[in-house]
Design a protein around this ligand. Structure first.
Ligand code: DAH
Length: 347
């Protein structure tokens, strides 16, 4: 074959190849629709134009070009249909992103407010040379009571205060037994902070929990006096609550210290004028303290003629309530994310 039909067949092959390449490269329903119109469109389709021109050809050319044109049409049609099927069904395309939508917040963890307090207390005393020491929550009766100079008839020894585990063991009711452990493990000079959980048979109410944290501190050395205790604790209170906070010490009693004192800070809510939070007194008690009783030194084999020491025990749950204005201790145990979210990045 020669002449116009050969030219037409070559042009047709080129058109078919071009159409197939473009269909394969097309992305999206609109692009495919456009290609269908370009090549197969009833009015202006380029292949349609060739088919429309067939009657004008002589019979041989008409047959040859007609066959090739129909084959090309079928091939392009098949390709278009396959490409359209490969698209998601009409209408199901992902909606365009709504750029006005607020960004999703990143989910971030936070330290528990009680942990923040414990870490800060230990850090402040850390600067004064205190190291951190921890010990077991299941304790011996001897470490928890006897070695701490509790007389046998002390009310804390009664069943209603203490979770007894049997065989001379109990859940420690305070962190003071850690004083015994430290002094039996190390010789003076000693300066330690000792955080940990404690347990008492108290019902949950706004100011009590059967499990609660304490931070104990102990300093033992030659020549330590009550002045060191007052100065260290006053320094601590100013670092923790702010440089202008007022503190006072009031006589108290603990079996393992003599003399003993409670330290109070001016009420953080009313600043000393009196309010319901401080029961009108203007002061809030934050810890118990005292000079280590010589009987305790004797129980652990430290010479009370040579060494003296001071100790304190405070409740970080209570400190967290004061600092963060939490009215009910139970909030600190419930794990409600609306509360804990406030402590992301340190509160
Ligand atoms: N262990 C005492 C309690 O649980 C608190 C305490 C008071 C600890 C005086 C001390 C201290 O180290 O010196 O209530």
């Amino acid at each position: 074959m020669s002449g116009p039909s050969a030219e037409q067949l070559a042009a047709l092959a080129a058109l078919r190849a071009e159409a197939e390449a473009r269909v394969r490269a097309a992305r999206g329903r609109d692009a495919l629709q456009q290609l269908r119109t370009d090549y197969l469109g009833r009015k202006a389709g380029r292949l349609t134009a060739i088919l429309k021109g067939l009657p004008a050809l002589d019979p041989d050319a008409r047959r040859a070009v007609g066959e090739a044109a129909n084959a090309a049409k079928a091939a392009i049609e098949t390709l278009l249909e396959a490409a359209e099927r490969a698209l998601a069904p009409a209408g199901s395309e992902a909606p365009r992103p709504d750029l006005t939508m607020p960004a999703r917040r990143q989910w971030r963890g936070a330290l528990h407010p009680v942990t923040l307090v414990v870490d800060e207390v230990c850090a402040i005393f850390g600067e004064l040379g205190f190291t951190r020491y921890v010990g077991p929550e299941a304790e011996t009766e001897r470490n928890n009571f006897t070695a701490l100079n509790f007389p046998p008839e002390h009310p804390s020894l009664e069943m209603h205060d203490t979770f007894y585990l049997g065989e001379g063991m109990l859940l420690r009711t305070h962190t003071s037994p850690l004083q015994i452990r430290v002094m039996e493990a190390y010789r003076p000079p000693i300066r330690v902070t000792m955080p940990g959980m404690c347990y008492r048979r108290d019902p949950f109410d706004p100011s009590h929990a059967p499990a609660f944290s304490q931070v104990e501190a102990l300093a033992v050395d030659e020549g330590i006096t009550f002045v060191d205790l007052k100065a260290s604790l006053t320094y601590f209170a100013r670092r923790f609550f702010g440089p202008s906070v007022r503190v006072r010490f009031r006589p108290s009693f603990f079996p393992f210290t003599e003399p003993s004192a409670d330290m109070e800070v001016e009420c953080l809510i009313c600043h000393g004028t009196g309010c319901p939070a401080c029961k009108g007194s203007g002061w809030m008690e934050i810890l118990g303290a005292g000079m280590v009783d010589p009987n305790v030194f004797e129980a652990v084999g430290v010479d009370p003629e040579r060494y003296t020491g001071w100790a304190f025990g405070m409740g970080p749950h209570r400190m967290a309530m004061l600092r963060y204005g939490v009215p009910d201790i139970r909030v600190l145990f419930e794990g409600d994310m609306r509360f804990h979210d406030q402590f992301v990045d340190g509160g």
